[in-house]
Design a protein around this ligand. Structure first.
Ligand code: 5GP
Length: 120
């Protein structure tokens, strides 16, 4: 099983408004904000409002309502930023081999330039 959720992780603090962020979208299910260290011209992080460590945790414990709301929010952000026609990439790191740094589920949304091969 995944580790227990740490309510002091940096994205939990962002959700509580304790740390500032550049929000691009927020609804009942998700918050989307600019990555502090962007790897592409557009680099957004989309996080669920619930306390989930990772994609693994969310897919195992999240309600269908939360999961549906979150997935729709990710798609909404991409459309709102006009990324559908040029194209974009979604990525979620899970655990150590993937180098996950922040233990609150986040989906990276990259766009704004050709992104190259996946694992280059
Ligand atoms: P991971 O490696 O866990 O998939 O990605 C964590 C991401 O969070 C990194 O891209 C990193 O730049 C970003 N990040 C870390 N701390 C902060 C922060 O305080 N604010 C924002 N906006 N992004 C952060």
């Amino acid at each position: 099983a995944t580790r227990p959720y740490d309510p002091d992780n940096i994205f939990a603090k962002i959700l509580r408004g304790e740390i500032p962020n550049k929000t691009v979208y927020e609804d009942e299910w998700a918050l989307a904000f600019h990555d502090i260290n962007p790897a592409a011209p557009t680099h957004i992080l989309v996080i669920p409002k619930g306390a989930y460590v990772s994609w693994d945790d969310f897919s195992a414990r999240g309600s269908n309502e939360e999961i549906g709301g979150f997935v729709r929010a990710v798609g909404h952000v991409a459309r709102a930023l006009d990324l559908v026609a040029p194209g974009y990439r979604l990525l979620a790191n899970v655990g150590g081999h993937a180098g996950q740094e922040v233990p609150h589920l986040h989906v990276h949304l990259f766009g704004g330039r050709p992104l190259g091969p996946m694992l280059a």
